[in-house]
Write a protein that binds this ligand. Sequence first.
Ligand SMILES: [Zn+2]
Length: 309
Amino acid sequence: MEQLSSPHADVRTPDPAAGPPAGATLPMAANRSAPTDHVPLPHASKKVPEGVWMRCDGCSATLFRKEVERNRNVCPQCDHHFTRAARDRIADLLDPDTFEEWYADLRPADPLSFNDRRPYPDRVAAEQQRTGLNEAALVGQGFIKGIRLVFGITDSGFIMGSMGSVVGEKLTRAIEEATRLRLPLVIVSGSGGGARMHEGIFSLMQMAKTSAALARYHAAGGFFISVLTHPTMGGVAASFASLGDVILAEPRALIGFAGPKVIQQTVRVKLPEGFQRSEFLLEHGFIDRIVHRKDLRSTLAQLLNYVTP
Ligand SMILES: [Zn+2]
């Protein structure tokens, strides 16, 4: 249930269009007894604005960040899937301008006065500022290739995509609306953090709450597709994300309850190659299909077609 250390590079920061880094102007140069004022110091001309290039976690290639972004944050050389922000995924998956967000004004409380180096309300405010999101989940309704559905997503960029009371409440309300409206449901999970420790038992309760809502949705004949992305861990993996009628996953996504390091230290057994990765979980029947990001929208449309009159 603990938050994992960040297993991925975040390709959303910073913006190279913002110009060269501060160091490029070499503010110390004027104070030195250089031969002339106009000869740049040896490394000055080689400086690349920070963020223009990035290293691939999959193949270690140096990649042009803009090209990766154009490719939906997938490495053009090895198909490594970097994390993708919730709003970008909505644009990838849903028909243009069809997403209608629900419950956007829900805000977390601080029931424990929790302080992890900084007070929880400060952390939430900083994350909101940094990500442009109010919380780690967005829910609403939209269309995929003309098929109406209820859609939810968690963003691993916001406190690791962990499930606090707002994430649980938003998802539960969305599931209940899908039940009431008799619509199919798709939830895309990107949650390295599992249940959010900052809200203690209130976070853990969300596992039961979302699961119970899904049980009622299921009993009413609903169709739920769960899409697992890197990383989907802890209390998120152990509740709604594992309860799909169909469970899809992106390639090489880390999916599990406790992280591999914790398991290895606990059971003192060397874990098999690729443990807790999509491919391993497909082989063992935990997920139904691995879908490349570029094919996700058409795969969802195809599956939704089966259940839409
Ligand atoms: Zn690569």
